[in-house]
Design a protein around this ligand. Structure first.
Ligand code: F6P
Length: 326
């Protein structure tokens, strides 16, 4: 039986490119004569029936915007059986026959829990998170823009670090993954990148910094992933100071949520559009319980269980690049 009406939501942390994905889902669905209902504030909006009918015009002029026009939320209620039952009621009352969810790890785990009870609602997911921490895709929506934002911010910090002979610990987002740290660190010539996937002791870090000083570097940048085991940039700076390191004046900068906003890059818009199209075509072709990804420029589908179990490996050769080039 062919599907006639789909629901669409964004959930979890917003990410630049989500709007491009929303636009692609709506326009592809309309192209195939499907009706699309936008669900506001993720699963919470689904529970509360906070819906909006979407047409071509409702996604006009959003491709270049950061954030998500559907807004987002992390719904505690959807974690409960009662919450999911209310969400199912909305779906049935509205005649929604399939869902596209755009989000990260938590979003897909929510879908999995829902599908365990309600097997008659097919769900496909598009990976939307700046963290790039999902298995089954080379890129998540938001990641490319976030690494460019982090790179630009660190470039600015380098200007002032050089003027004042300072060592900066710059903390970037990524939850428990180091993808943003590694890419932005390489792109800005950081002396070191500290991230959860590789262990660097404070002593090792001081050795690296001293070597740089001996090579007449007058400033240094250390990029720290927020999930690093030392516990963030402030703790790391304190630990380095406690060891008596005084070659530079030490400063800390936490980039924070600026990494989550901004105009999506060209590649972000293109990939988000590809994934949004693939999600609708997947539902039409009766796929369910899978995340759409892009691997080696090809669209691939990965079951939610696998996509959320572990993330792609950090490229070890890239980590070695930091040691040689930084
Ligand atoms: O998952 C995206 C992300 O930005 C992480 O990098 C970060 O740890 C977290 O979300 C921050 O979440 P919130 O915006 O809820 O503080």
């Amino acid at each position: 039986m062919s599907i006639k009406k789909i629901g669409l939501l964004t959930s979890g942390g917003d990410a630049p490119g989500m709007n491009a994905c929303i636009r692609a889902v709506v326009r592809t669905a309309l192209h195939h004569h499907l009706e699309v209902v936008g669900i506001k504030r993720g699963y919470q909006g689904l529970i509360e029936g906070d819906l909006i009918q979407m047409d071509t015009e409702s996604v006009s002029n959003i491709l270049q915007l950061g954030g998500t026009i559907l807004r987002s939320a992390r719904s505690d209620e959807f974690r409960t059986l009662e919450g999911r039952a209310r969400a199912y009621k909305t779906i049935k009352d509205q005649g929604i026959e399939g869902l596209v969810v755009i989000g990260g790890d938590g979003t897909f785990k929510g879908s999995l829990a829902f599908m365990e009870t309600y097997k008659d609602v097919p769900i496909l997911g598009c990976p939307g998170t700046i963290d790039n921490d999902l298995y089954g895709t080379d890129y998540t929506i938001g990641y490319d823009t976030a690494i460019n934002t982090a790179m630009n911010a660190i470039d600015n910090i380098k200007d002032t670090a050089n003027s004042h002979d300072r060592l900066f610990f710059v903390e970037v987002m990524g939850r428990d993954a180091g993808f943003i740290a590694l890419r932005s660190g390489i792109a800005t010539g950081a002396e070191a990148v500290l991230m959860p996937e590789s262990k660097t002791s404070v002593d090792q870090l001081i050795t690296i910094l001293k070597q740089g000083r001996a090579l007449k570097k007058n400033a240094s940048i250390v990029v720290v992933a927020e999930g690093d085991d030392v516990g963030g940039a402030f703790k790391l700076a304190d630990a380095v100071k406690e060891k008596g390191f005084s070659d530079y004046e030490i400063k800390v900068s936490i980039l924070g949520h600026i990494q989550r906003g901004g105009r999506p890059t060209c590649m972000e818009r293109v990939r988000a559009s590809q994934m949004g199209m693939a999600a609708v075509e997947g539902l039409i072709n009766q796929r369910k319980g899978e995340m759409i990804g892009i691997i080696h420029d090809e669209i691939v589908f990965t079951p939610f269980e696998q996509a959320t179990k572990h993330h792609s490996q950090i490229n070890k050769a890239m980590l070695d690049m930091v040691k040689i080039l930084g």
